[in-house]
Design a protein around this ligand. Structure first.
Ligand code: SF4
Length: 59
């Protein structure tokens, strides 16, 4: 299974990842995105490619 991580030093909290794939990502009260669940039906590589600051890494 793919492992997805978010570089908090890059994340702007724009919310795009949580909007595209709410099963996996959420934006916390601190305005940073978190991985809440590593499995979901969305294409993680596609979500990562949409992050404007390339903060999402999929291994
Ligand atoms: S799309 Fe990128 S910058 Fe925006 S909230 Fe998600 S990880 Fe952060």
């Amino acid at each position: 299974m793919a492992k997805v991580t978010i570089d908090a030093s890059l994340c702007t909290g724009c919310g795009l990842c949580a909007s595209v794939c709410p099963e996996v990502f959420e934006v916390g009260d601190d305005n940073l995105a978190y991985v809440k669940n590593e499995s979901g039906s969305c294409d993680l590589n596609d979500v990562a490619s949409q992050c404007p600051v390339e903060a999402i890494k999929v291994e």
